[in-house]
Design a protein around this ligand. Structure first.
Ligand code: 2P0
Length: 328
């Protein structure tokens, strides 16, 4: 009853921003992301040990981090096909320092895939996606590679709220995502708190939900024909609108810094000069630049010229996979 899995992070092209159920992590709207290589998280799970213990990146987990892991394991244990007992979990990420990408999506995707395998359940991306969602919403989009769509679902129990792969990593191999680290600091407001505050207080929130849901099929069509310019325009528009809902919260919430806005301004100048580069922005000040293989060097140079302390170049990543080497 021991298994190990490796999963990659993902970056949303159409963002998830706000829950309709905080406990089950059910979103108000669907979202669509690209799984990113080369960064990954590897997690080993073993059931049937003396007591639950969780270790992430060499530290014993406590508080909410431990609770999130146990919540996911409890859901699996409650399925009750066989008595699984307490579990030992060891997880390790290979993210470069301050990669600017949250490792939680990759971490919970790897945990779900490893825990299901340790429980001797058959490989099933849908069930693993539902399970990983209980740790972190965006994790459900990291169970598979390439372009994954998290369908919001309708059911109150969340059984129909999971991600499906629309295109695998080989569909658009020359696509590039370049993370520009403008600020290495911890953000003041975590995504989970920021999205809740926005849902609760922003008068723009209903408009966001309607608009984002409508953007998902448009993004799918654009990705099908590999139209970089159209995808760049859609990504930027969706990022602006996600942040606009937060600007309109009470009190207002801004994840952008002066440096973020400076870089965005430069992108426009670069596009006028014919360099195909666009941005997206999660709940933090560090933009992720969308471009192609022929222009990733130019995108990195642009990021550094705008003050980036670090730059991480990413390519489309593959599915979460089981590994035969365990971490303990
Ligand atoms: C996304 N983000 O779609 C959006 C865009 C941040 C901005 O998913 O509360 O760590 O664990 O479900 O998944 C980050 O939020 O939040 C996120 P929880 P999560 O990628």
């Amino acid at each position: 009853m021991k298994a190990t899995a490796l999963a990659h992070p993902n970056i949303a092209l159409v963002k998830y921003w706000g829950k309709r159920d905080d406990a089950l992590i059910l979103p108000h709207q669907s979202s669509l992301s690209l799984t990113l290589a080369p960064m990954s998280v590897t997690t080993t799970v073993e059931f049937g040990v003396a007591a639950d213990q969780v270790e992430i990146n060499g530290h014993v987990s406590k508080g909410s981090e431990r609770e999130r892991v146990l919540r996911l394991l409890d859901a699996l244990r409650a399925e009750g096909r066989q008595a699984l007992g307490p579990a030992r979990v060891v997880s390790r990420g290979d993210f470069p320092m301050a990669a600017g990408l949250a490792s939680s999506a990759a971490g919970f995707a790897a945990l779900a895939v490893a825990a299901r395998a340790a429980a001797e359940l058959p490989a099933d991306p849908k069930s693993a996606s539902v399970l990983s969602r209980l740790g972190s919403g965006s994790a459900c989009r990291s169970v598979q590679g390439g372009f994954c769509e998290w369908q919001r679902g309708e059911r109150a129990d969340g059984a129909d709220s999971y991600a499906v792969q629309r295109f695998d990593a080989g569909h658009w191999p020359e696509l590039r995502m370049v993370v520009a680290i403008l600020d290495r600091g911890e953000k003041e407001v975590k995504s989970r708190d920021g999205m809740k505050h926005t849902v609760d207080t922003s008068p723009y929130y209903p408009a966001w939900v309607k608009d984002a849901e409508a953007e998902v099929p448009r993004a799918r069509d654009i990705i099908a024909r590999r139209d970089l310019e159209a995808l760049g325009d859609l990504c930027e528009r969706n990022a602006w609108r996600m942040h606009a809902t937060s600007f309109a919260a009470d009190p207002p919430l801004s994840y952008m810094s002066a440096a973020t806005l400076g870089l965005i301004q430069h992108l426009r100048e670069h596009r006028k000069k014919g360099i195909p580069v666009w941005f997206t922005l999660d709940a933090g000040p560090n933009p992720v630049l969308l471009t192609d293989a022929a222009h990733e060097v130019a995108a990195e140079a642009l990021a550094r010229a705008c003050g980036a302390l670090d730059v991480v170049r990413c390519v489309p990543g593959g599915d979460a996979v089981l590994r035969t080497e365990h971490l303990f």
